[in-house]
Design a protein around this ligand. Structure first.
Ligand code: NAP
Length: 314
């Protein structure tokens, strides 16, 4: 049995582990299929304090992992299929591995890229459709690329993809962007990016060889048109990774874990949440790290009065 188990390895999970380990709680961190989380799919991180010249996302995550390891965090690779939080200690079912028992649980499973759910999209993932520019941009050297979205992710992906593509067209369903001014300005200033605003994506067109175009509706004229492209990058936000928590811990309508305001406490005492899995508003690496710290401190405090096992001899 573990005093504390952290599920997830983004900035929230690693920061929680650093704090738990330094408090001698000997945490176990369960790493999913994408260790390091979303930041491993980005390039330069320019807004994480302490790195005046910026730092590459994967390097930042690697550093956090090493820091957690240095204080005695144990890591286990696995996919959590379900949790039993109806009684304490809690039990976690891991695909193809033994169950794990924990006094406290920190859920830091983050969020995954959303897709548009238009015809032709799912069929062409890996054949021209992608949600990760840093993973797949290289395959589109001197080709045409469409990026869909109007938030910071879309601006960032579009800018990054101009390193490879001959031309990037940014398709957004409205005139106004959600993206921050600095990110918009950077994209606007990039001569390789052209803009197809007020266009709603309808269908991904493809030949047997891959993507050939994106059919859109022009929301000003109502007419349909096809934007020819070799690649399509979807950058329309994320959905929380909480399928395994359905019916176990209180979630909102979008599937985000609900926490008590100002804390990391979920509806189940002893289960805490940190990072994008519960954050519908800020969703930054630094806020995720901060909430990982909160969750670790909350778990530590909880254990002081609520342990099911006498840990004094340990
Ligand atoms: P977001 O801000 O939620 O933007 C998603 C965009 O996709 C919106 O413009 C939305 O259009 C559009 N969209 C959603 N569903 C769509 C659909 N089915 N079809 C077509 N378009 C669709 O998501 P995000 O850009 O991933 O950013 C999420 C958070 O991460 C933000 O807080 C952002 O600041 C942060 N972030 C920060 C950085 C950075 O600082 N370097 C980089 C990336 C992300 P509508 O506007 O019409 O709803």
């Amino acid at each position: 049995m573990y005093k504390s188990v952290v599920i997830g390895t983004g900035p929230a999970g690693y920061t929680a582990a650093i704090y738990l380990a330094r408090a001698n709680l000997e945490p176990l961190v369960i790493e999913g299929p994408q260790p390091g989380g979303q930041l491993t799919t980005t390039t330069d991180v320019e807004n994480f304090p302490g790195f005046p010249e910026g730092i590459m996302g994967p390097e930042l995550m690697d550093n956090m992992r090493k820091q957690a390891e240095r204080f005695g965090t144990e890591f286990k690779t696995g996919w959590v299929t379900s949790v039993d939080v109806s009684k304490r200690p809690f039990t976690l079912k891991i695909e193809g591995a033994d169950d794990i028992v924990a006094e406290t649980l920190i859920i830091a499973t983050g969020a995954s890229a959303k897709y548009m759910n238009v015809p032709g999209e799912q069929d062409n993932i890996g054949k021209g459709v992608s949600a990760c520019a840093t993973c797949d941009g290289f395959f589109f050297r001197n080709k045409k690329i469409v990026v869909v979205g109007g938030g910071d992710s879309a601006m960032e992906e579009a800018n990054f993809l101009t390193r490879f593509a001959s031309e990037v067209t940014l398709v957004h369903r409205r005139e106004e962007m959600r993206a921050s001014k600095i990110m918009q300005d950077r994209a606007r200033g990039n001569s390789k990016i052209s803009w197809a605003l007020n266009r709603t994506p309808l269908e991904v067109e493809a030949s047997g060889m891959g993507v050939t175009g994106l059919k859109v509706r022009n929301n000003e004229t109502g007419e349909e048109e096809v934007i020819k492209t070799d690649g399509l990058f979807v950058a329309i936000g994320h959905k929380p990774n909480t399928d395994f928590l359905q019916g176990k811990v209180e979630l909102d309508a979008q599937g985000y874990v609900i926490v008590k305001p100002g804390t990391s406490e979920t509806s189940i005492p002893g289960v805490f949440a940190a990072g994008d899995v519960h954050d519908t508003k800020y969703r930054q690496a630094i806020t995720a790290a901060g909430s990982g710290c909160q969750a670790a401190l909350d778990a530590e405090k909880f254990l002081e009065g609520n342990a099911t096992h006498d840990w004094s001899g340990n």
